[in-house]
Design a protein around this ligand. Sequence first.
Ligand code: AMP
Ligand code: ZN
Length: 143
Amino acid sequence: MTTIQNCLFCNIIQGNIPAAKVYEDEDVFAFLDISQVTKGHTLVIPKTHTENIYQTSEDVASQVFARVPRIANAIKQAFHPAGINILSNTGEAAGQSVFHLHIHLIPRYDHTDGFNAKWVTHNDDYDTNQLAHIASDIAAHLN
Ligand code: AMP
Ligand code: ZN
């Protein structure tokens, strides 16, 4: 596992900074987000430092995402939320403030629970042809 000295989450993993631990194994650590957007709001992180999803190897991504269903189900059993939002803010423009990969598990209780992820849809702006072009632009960079 690679840790970075001045990384907040690496320091939480190492026990240098206290956190409310939910889960730990040799590759993955999970703890309560200090902001608790909703009750049970949990962060799942790899023990290997990686800045965000762009930098993350398939191995590390597999480790982190493999733990998500179990932790999400534990939150579900503990607090019986109506649903759960799972997201990872990537880059400052997307709201990333801590640059150690983390997956937010945000239990949802009702529309007034404090979480807001509203977006505007643009389905009328693109026809089938344009969608095919966008898809091929992305696919061209996959190898
Ligand atoms: P993001 O803004 O997506 O990068 O998420 C970073 C999250 O880390 C925020 O939701 C913060 O509330 C949370 N956070 C910051 N410092 C701590 C800490 N010491 N312990 C637990 N969570 C923290
Ligand atoms: Zn780190």
